[in-house]
Structure formats: C-alpha cells, structure tokens
Design a protein around this ligand. Structure first.
Ligand code: SF4
Length: 89
C-alpha cells in the first residue's frame, strides 16, 4: 500500500514524474516569484547534503518537496537556528 504523509496527504516517496509535475505547476503559476537558475541549483546542492532530506526529495522539517521550494523567491530553509540557504558574507 502507498504510504502518505499524515500531515499533507502527499505520497512519501514521490516519483520523478510526480516531482516534475509539481515543479511545472509551481513555476508556471502567475504571480509566483522565482529565483534564478544559479540560485536554484545552489539551494538544491545544499539540500542534497542535508541530514533533514528524506527520500531524496522531501525536507523533513517542513514537509516540502525541495525541488519546488528551492524555486520560490520567498522560499526559506527551515533548518534550526540558521537557514542553510543563507549565503555566507
Ligand atoms: S533543512 Fe533546509 S537544507 Fe535541509 S532539506 Fe530542508 S530546506 Fe533543504
């Protein structure tokens, strides 16, 4: 039986097609501000090495699919004490 998140109802193990569809939906929405591709890739590379990433797709702190959230200009990394997406100065 397919496992689902108790909080949001999404499947816990998303397929590549599921994720691509979600990214397509969010990136094509009107009025949604997106980051540049370079920033998107920077964020994703941080997520890929994060101990809070599960199933290779989902942040266990907020339940978001990081390939979607990383595109959002207003998206934040919820890592405790200090967002991992904040750039070093
Ligand atoms: S805590 Fe931040 S860096 Fe880690 S998976 Fe979640 S969004 Fe990505």
């Amino acid at each position: 039986m397919e496992q689902k998140c108790k909080r949001c109802g999404l499947k816990t193990a998303l397929s590549e097609a599921d994720i691509e569809k979600m990214v397509e939906q969010v990136t094509s929405m009107r009025g949604v501000r997106l980051v540049a591709e370079e920033e998107y890739e920077r964020r994703l590379s941080i997520c890929k090495s994060c101990d809070k990433l599960e199933y290779g797709s989902t942040c266990m702190l907020c339940g978001c699919v990081v390939r979607v959230r990383a595109y959002l200009a207003d998206g934040r990394c919820p890592y405790p004490k200090r967002s991992k997406w904040i750039m070093e100065k």
